[in-house]
Write a protein that binds this ligand. Sequence first.
Ligand SMILES: [Zn+2]
Length: 561
Amino acid sequence: MKTFWTALLFMTLLVSCGTLSRKQETTTVKTSINQERYTNDTTKPKLVVGIVVDQMRYDYLTRFYNRYGEGGFKRLMNDGFNLTNNHYNFVPTYTAPGHASIYTGTSPMNNGIIGNNWFDKFENRSIYNASDDTVEPVGTTNAEGKMSPRRLLTTTVTDELELHTQGRSKVIGISIKDRGAILPAGHAADAAYWYRGGGEGTFISSTFYINELPQWVKDYNASNPSQPYMREWNTLYPLSTYTASGTDLNDFEKAPRGKETATFPYDLPALQDENGGYSLLKATPYGNSLVADFAIAALKNEQMGMNAIPDFLAISFSSTDYVGHQYGVNAVELEDTYLRLDLELERLLNALDHQVGNDNYTVFLTADHGAVNNPAYLQSQGIAAGYFENDALEQFLTAQLKIKYNNEKIIKKISNSQVFLDYEQLEMAQLKSEDVQRFLSSLLTNYKSIDKVFTREALTNSNFTNGVGALIQNGFHHKRSGDVVYVLEPGVISYSRTGSTHGSSQSYDTHVPLLFYGAGINNGTSAQRTHIIDIAPTISSLLGISFPNGATGNPILPVLK
Ligand SMILES: [Zn+2]
């Protein structure tokens, strides 16, 4: 019997060795911690906290300013450095490319994250940026755990920190969305955790990072953390005080399933069955509360920022995006979500003061993209805006290609405003790709609501230095992107008539907050234009580490002491 147990133990060891995550492999060869190398410079933080607020337009800092408390957004704005003219320098402005560019210091042209989903020419199917069939879920059996940063082609500032400290830094990414946790945490992180809704309401990971949840996460999940938030959502303050938003009842918002109007109060327990169980919490301010709870728990249990080797906590608040999509830029629901997020930020900053000390950590806060005002609302105000039908465009182009080339299969896919050509069809029909690109370009340019068109040929052979062309080029990955890219007119979106979306090159999508605060950061404000790709080089400079390997941005010098 003893032999049996010994053999079993041996086999278990063998199996677990075979599946060790990269981080655990390197941890075993770590020697005793040599802190001296990192303690010489007192301006260097012990902890960097990156905060991304999903779908936060720049003007949410100013529109709700008078409603914020002193300890959240205002503390970062008034005691830190506020860059008021910070923009995305590429399209498409979506969550995955946004998070990737913040942390890699470069655009999709180099980091390869060209969308949330895109048509993968090599796999001949549409793929999701973080999906990975080679890894297993951790903390759930659901496929939502089969995620990793494998499609991210360049290093993140978090990767460079791990490389610099021989893996001694603790790097953790946390978000409701998997991509909001994974892309910031990068490839070499200790862990990334994201939210599993449905019947679970817990934080999960994948074997890319860890083989098993740490005990504190198991305990956290076992405490049923989502249940206390399954309660009524009413406005934080009297409804009549929400004067920075439209009326609560209007035609531009989408009510949750099972509720007639998108108006307060929201009885979440009564709505949960029809709205995906705990997934309902994602589109309420309570999703952000859950992320703050979990981030503070990670800070404490992982002892982050407690020694001179810098750690990195990457937090992404996703509920702002879900609320924005459902209710729109101008909704009371959105204002209430930001007022409550302000309180969560205050709670997080207080926890950092308490554990790490006010002078010992650095925070940056930005967003992965902005959002457009609901076009139907804009139209009601006499402003040019509208809706675009993708299916109608595809039918039109296919019909025109049939007339011109007698072939209906030339277009393989239209994805993220890009037309992907079928190269096998082109070869069989002995057509030159450039000729078809030019033909499609002329059709698209004259199509209703399309503003500008760029062909692969133009994007490959010329260098656009400014304007929309530069944004398109920065978002264009030569291997992964399509063959003709089109841009819709301002205020025109391909979306439902309720709520808001994003993805364009217009300033409502590119203009986002950028705040730095804490150790090594000057106090000030600047309206000089900065770009999202400057964040990672700024943090690299602060930490004295290498820039991410594909970085094309520059450190924002006035920010740094
Ligand atoms: Zn979104």
